[in-house]
Design a protein around this ligand. Structure first.
Ligand code: TYM
Length: 333
């Protein structure tokens, strides 16, 4: 049976990158297959989080999920730390994963920076926890942005080694699902850097909490070049900032980048940016409005998340209990 699992870190406000690369896709998948979506607070604390702020950001991320169309009646929507299976399976899988595999993870190198000795052990072990998230649900499909591909490949390696070492066919191989025109939304200030909630420059990203004026202003000030737009994406090979804005446009309007360019061929950013700003505001404003409504009742958000955790636990706990037995632990019950 197919099952979708994905997660987002509540380590800051969500961005247009998270929306186009992940949330929008999550909402589309609901209906035919079981969908399980997780706010990964245990991943967030791999770097310092101010406790009260983490709690707020987790509720805000939950509101963003629901505002973006994730229906907690259709999808299982919950917080990672509420379901003990994640941390537990992460340990079991840490004993399967090899140090050499972890050493190849580019996200650790990016996040740890020059002083890797000062990074937390959790930041290093992060991909084993992510593998546990996915494998605890026997998930078959994992919708993500392009930057998570390496972690899903590692998850497959861990699953395959577990199955091989214990002579079982227990964990299914999860497939990354990386779709659409915006699998890698770039910074508005630098077309070679990914748009990120942790970038020190707020002008580099659009936040799901930004109001219409802020969105329009950030797009107006986005870095670009002075050349007119070509008729196809081929012509944007060496223009990363221009390519990024066209991809954002295409993702927001659910069409291909080439069909966007067919309309704007020969025009400059003086014409393109206002059209993009209008489109971004028309898509994001209703989401921001709904988020604010939901945030007015944090107790209701907590209630929804606890109900989601209950359903998540019912799926994950028996799978992790079986993994424990396969590895040789005496059954606890
Ligand atoms: P995170 O929290 O950094 O990002 C959440 C999702 O948003 C996507 N994304 C982007 N997509 C396009 N352009 C961007 N600029 C951009 N920035 C972020 C990410 O690819 C991701 O899909 N390790 C994960 C969270 C995680 C997870 C999991 C995901 C934990 N366990 C299990 C899937 C399955 C992360 O840090 O995502």
């Amino acid at each position: 049976p197919m099952r979708i699992f994905s997660g987002i870190q509540p380590s800051g406000g969500l961005t247009l990158g998270n929306y186009l690369g992940a949330l929008r896709r999550f909402a589309e998948k609901q209906g035919e297959i079981e969908t399980v979506y997780c706010l990964v607070d245990l991943h967030a604390i791999t770097v310092w989080q101010e406790p009260e702020r983490l709690r707020q950001q987790t509720r805000e991320a939950a509101a963003a999920f629901m505002a973006a169309g994730i229906d907690p009646a259709q999808s299982v929507l919950f917080v990672q730390s509420h379901v003990p299976a994640h941390a537990e399976l992460a340990w079991l899988l840490s004993c399967v994963a090899r140090l050499g595999w972890m050493n190849r993870m580019t996200q650790f190198k990016d996040k740890a920076g020059k002083n890797a000795e000062a990074a937390s052990l959790g930041l290093y072990a992060y991909p084993a926890l992510m593998a546990a998230d996915i494998l605890a649900y026997h998930a078959t499909h994992v919708p993500v942005g392009d930057d998570q591909k390496q972690h899903i490949e590692l998850t497959r390696d861990i699953a395959a080694k577990f199955n091989h070492d214990y002579g079982v066919d227990f964990f299914p191989m999860p497939e990354p699902v990386i779709e659409g025109a915006a699998t890698r939304v770039m910074s508005l200030r630098d077309g070679t850097k990914k748009m990120s909630k942790s970038d020190p420059s707020d002008a580099s990203r659009i936040n799901l909490t930004d109001d219409a004026d802020t969105i329009a202003q950030k797009i107006r000030k986005a870095r670009t070049d002075a050349d007119p737009l070509p008729g196809t994406m081929e012509g944007l090979k060496d223009r990363p900032e221009a390519r990024n804005l066209v991809n954002i446009f295409a993702a927001l309007s659910d069409e291909s980048a080439d069909s966007v360019l067919a309309r704007f061929e020969g025009q400059g950013f003086g014409a393109f940016k206002p059209a993009l700003a209008d489109l971004a505001v028309s898509v994001l404003a209703p989401i921001t409005r709904r988020m604010n409504e939901l945030m007015a009742d944090p107790a209701e958000i907590d209630r929804i998340l606890r109900a989601g955790a209950h359903r998540a636990d019912a799926i994950a706990a028996p799978i992790v209990a079986e993994a424990r037995e396969i590895m040789g632990m005496i059954p606890a019950a």
